[in-house]
Design a protein around this ligand. Structure first.
Ligand SMILES: Nc1ncnc2c1ncn2[C@@H]1O[C@H](COP(=O)(O)OP(=O)(O)OP(=O)(O)O)[C@@H](O)[C@H]1O
Length: 800
């Protein structure tokens, strides 16, 4: 693949009928773009407002199809994966510019699937084309929201598919391995043995994302999502200790306008991506290896080229230009499997030993062994050495390297012992001389030189015990006296040492735990502080300063509870809340049944989604029809094949019974057999082709079925919300003037809703910026309630 020296940047436009053609111009080279905004005349005579901007990128994809985008952006990077190069593709741009469409695609529509499903598909095709390589694929899905990392494939999320139980994974940490690759420790990475399995994980992650979205009241616009595919490759034919690892990060970044508010002028991607300082940001840490430049990195700058978004567009183009300055030097990720290496070395050692023993046999050294010396052999060597030292023998026969090593070992011990003895003797003589001179007696309890000597000997023997290489046996008698002290005393000594060591480690442990505990206490203090702060916040609410301070806080966790009825006990607040009232409205009929209303919903408000559902179902039907047709064709080809084979067998049998060879003993076949052979060949080819088609179609059917299900679910959700909005109010029985009993909608605003209303009004005055966040949170909460109600409702009908 091309060795790009910078991050590759591709510009993609979101198709729009209001595209600002008079402002944005693309060059014929499909790389350059020019933006012209005429000067604002209200700026006066001296007006320095910039009018023209020029940008140049690696490629511009204007109104491009999903397939084109995949070919231009992802295909080369996927190819690089199989050569051992990591890859990262980032989608950047303002909210609504098409980042998610680019990465994931329109989940309802197979034709519009995005880079991730296409990449998955390509990877498995490439694996199938490499029968000589054993590949294993794993996938992970991480979301970063408000500097919190969420494992979208965590079992906790999918198993407890209840929103109430969703939790942010707190055990995720970004770590760097010895090769400088960053990894998220604790992040689930699932083995995906097929395209289907990998897609399952993708969809599972998407579902979990929406669950967490409800649970955390977050907006997907402000979260980064990283879907990572890891590939491990080993050759099936060459040496298998060589392993190629590669990974591809597919990143759907948060909407850029949020980010650019704080950092539009940073020089590098890292600074511009988040307002958190680069080094501390979770995103930049997770993508450190990608941004650090050791992989093929590509940025897709998504723009929404309408006039009203021109400022965001220019900001995106500026950022994309800066990204082109980030240099990359992709590095090959080849490692050697240590276990396979050990096996390889063991094999080599075995072979070398065999060669050596062959060599010894040839040179009449067949008694030589290369195994380590055992205790018996060590004792024998010890005796030989003593004889040598005592002068009984003149030389020691050298047999092999191990024997020489053992000789040196034993001589070393001997020298050490002699040194100790010499020192003690000198001390003893010195003391004796001093005593003689001063005529002083040794104080009670002091030990004589003999005692010290034996203690030293004991220490020395203990030392030897510990040294595993020393294998001197318990030798009696004279010679150079390398004996072992009694086992008991050794053990005592060892016990002491062990205890000492244990004490040390206990000490370390207690110090460590003290340090840890002190940290913990700090944390406790923090928590306490938080509690105090949050209780102050509650008090504030109670005194009427409802959440104004908290809403301006950056930490969403500090938001006051929205439906916290228990907090609304203050008189001031109660006074502000008007009592529930019945609004007098005309008597109404009971609401239509859900199935009835669903039919009109599909024709009205839900018509778009319903159309998509119908379209998808049609595609699915077509695919199924195609699969059926191809299966039938396949069966008839199979029948033909069988018949042709039978005919050929008959022909063989005929030929074998007579003489069908020419003068040179070559087999001669008649025209009919020749025709049958050709037919067999053609039929086999056709069979293979049809089989491939049916395989591919089945995959597509699988995919489309999933889309149809998703579509159906979404339609149901939207209908539930619609129905709830229309008829969700409480109905009460009322009697009219004519004594007719009817149902009336009770306009009840409960205490929580009143609280919400007051908060909204207050915030629109005090902190209007926080209002969208607050509203979004409220809406999500509402949706969650509707969904859970919808689940509880017992449908007697199905969305078709
Ligand atoms: N190239 C395109 N072709 C057709 N529709 C598109 C294209 N790009 C975007 N859209 C549509 O525009 C809408 C917004 O796109 P999308 O959700 O991908 O934006 P986004 O940049 O991911 O926004 P956010 O930052 O909120 O996640 C979607 O309905 C999507 O289907």
């Amino acid at each position: 693949m091309s060795k790009s020296k910078h991050v590759k940047v591709v510009l993609r436009t979101r198709p729009s009928s209001n595209f600002a053609q008079d402002i944005i111009n693309f060059g014929l080279d499909k790389k350059s773009t020019h933006i012209h905004i005429p000067k604002d005349t209200e700026g006066g005579y001296i007006n320095n407002q910039q009018e023209d901007w020029d940008f140049k990128f690696d490629s511009i994809l204007h109104n491009a199809s999903q397939e084109n985008v995949f070919e231009e952006c992802a295909a080369p990077i996927v190819k690089g994966l199989f050569d051992g190069y990591n890859g990262t593709i980032l989608a950047y741009g303002q909210t609504g510019a098409g980042k998610t469409f680019t990465m994931t695609g329109a989940t309802e529509n197979f034709k519009h699937r995005g880079l991730i499903p296409r990449t998955i598909s390509q990877i498995y095709k490439d694996i199938a084309d490499r029968p000589q390589t054993a590949c294993s694929v794993r996938v992970s899905y991480l979301e970063i929201y408000n500097e919190q990392m969420i494992d979208l494939l965590s079992k906790n999320v999918s198993e407890n598919n209840s929103q109430d139980q969703f939790q942010i994974e707190s055990n995720l940490n970004v770590v760097e391995d010895k090769n400088g690759n960053s990894n998220v420790r604790g992040l689930t990475s699932e083995i995906a043995n097929s395209e289907e399995e990998a897609l399952n994980y993708l969809f599972e992650g998407e579902t979990n994302r929406s669950i967490s979205e409800h649970q955390l009241n977050k907006s997907s616009t402000r979260s980064h999502c990283i879907f990572t595919i890891y590939i491990e490759m080993r050759s099936r034919v060459e040496s298998s200790e060589k392993v190629i690892y590669s990974k591809l990060n597919l990143v759907d970044l948060a909407g850029s306008e949020r980010l650019s508010k704080t950092h539009t002028t940073g020089v590098s991607l890292k600074e511009a991506i988040e307002h958190i300082p680069y080094r501390q940001s979770k995103l930049t840490n997770v993508l450190r290896d990608a941004l650090g430049g050791n992989c093929n990195t590509l940025l897709i700058a998504n723009i929404w080229g309408e006039k009203e978004h021109i400022e965001e567009t220019i900001s995106t183009l500026r950022f994309a230009t800066r990204m082109m300055c980030v240099s990359t030097t992709p590095q090959l990720n080849v490692q050697y499997d240590p276990l396979a290496l050990i096996k390889k070395y063991e094999r080599e050692i075995k072979e070398l030993k065999q060669e050596l023993s062959m060599h010894d046999t040839l040179t009449n050294r067949s008694h030589v062994h290369y195994e380590p010396l055992n205790e018996q052999q060590k004792m024998e060597l010890n005796k030989t050495l003593r004889s040598y030292v005592d002068g009984e023998i003149e030389e020691i026969e050298i047999v092999n390297l191990r024997q020489i090593r053992e000789c040196f070992n034993q001589f070393k011990n001997l020298v050490k012992l002699l040194e100790i003895e010499g020192e003690e003797r000198l001390k003893f003589l010195g003391n004796k001389a001093a005593n003689n001179n001063s005529m002083m007696t040794l104080p009670t309890g002091s030990r004589d030189a003999t005692a010290i000597h034996s203690e030293k000997l004991q220490q020395f023997n203990e030392m030897k015990e510990v040294d595993q290489d020393i294998g001197v046996g318990d030798v009696e008698g004279s010679g150079f006296g390398i004996g072992l002290a009694p086992q008991k005393s050794n053990l005592k000594g060892k016990d002491k040492r062990r205890k000492g060591a244990q004490k040390g480690s206990n000490l370390q442990h207690s110090q460590l735990s003290r340090v840890l505990n002190s940290g913990h206490n700090d944390e406790d203090e923090e928590t306490e502080k938080d509690v105090v702060e949050s209780s102050t916040a509650i008090k504030d609410e109670q005194s009427g300063n409802v959440a104004a301070n908290n809403m301006s806080s950056n930490n969403p966790n500090q938001l006051p509870p929205i439906n916290g009825n228990q907090h609304i006990t203050n008189d001031g607040l109660n006074a502000a809340l008007s009592p529930s009232k019945k609004v007098s409205i005309p008597t109404t009929l009971p609401p239509p049944s859900r199935p009835e209303e669903f039919e009109s919903f599909k024709k009205g408000k839900g018509s778009d989604m319903s159309k998509v559902l119908i379209e998808n179902k049609n595609i699915l039907r077509q695919k199924k029809k195609l699969a059926k047709e191809v299966a039938e064709e396949l069966n008839s080809i199979k029948d033909e094949l069988d018949t042709t084979k039978q005919n050929l067998d008959k022909k063989y049998a005929e030929r074998n019974s007579g003489d069908f060879t020419d003068s040179k003993e070559h087999i001669v076949i008649d025209e009919e057999e020749y025709y049958l052979l050709n037919t067999l060949k053609t039929l086999r080819q056709q069979y293979r082709q049809k089989f491939e088609i049916i395989k591919q179609t089945r995959k597509e059917i699988e995919y489309c079925s999933r889309l149809v299900d998703q579509c159906r679910q979404r339609l149901m959700q939207e209908f539930e919300q619609y129905y709830e909005n229309l008829y969700g109010q409480n109905l009460v029985e009322v009697v009219d003037e004519n004594n007719q009993i009817g149902l009336q909608v009770e306009d009840v605003i409960d205490i929580g809703e009143k609280f919400d209303k007051i908060q909204s009004e207050r915030m629109s005055h005090e902190d209007p910026d926080s209002l969208p966040y607050y509203n979004a949170r409220k809406n999500t909460e509402r949706k969650k309630q509707i969904q859970s109600k919808g689940r509880k409702a017992n449908y007697s009908f199905k969305a078709n």
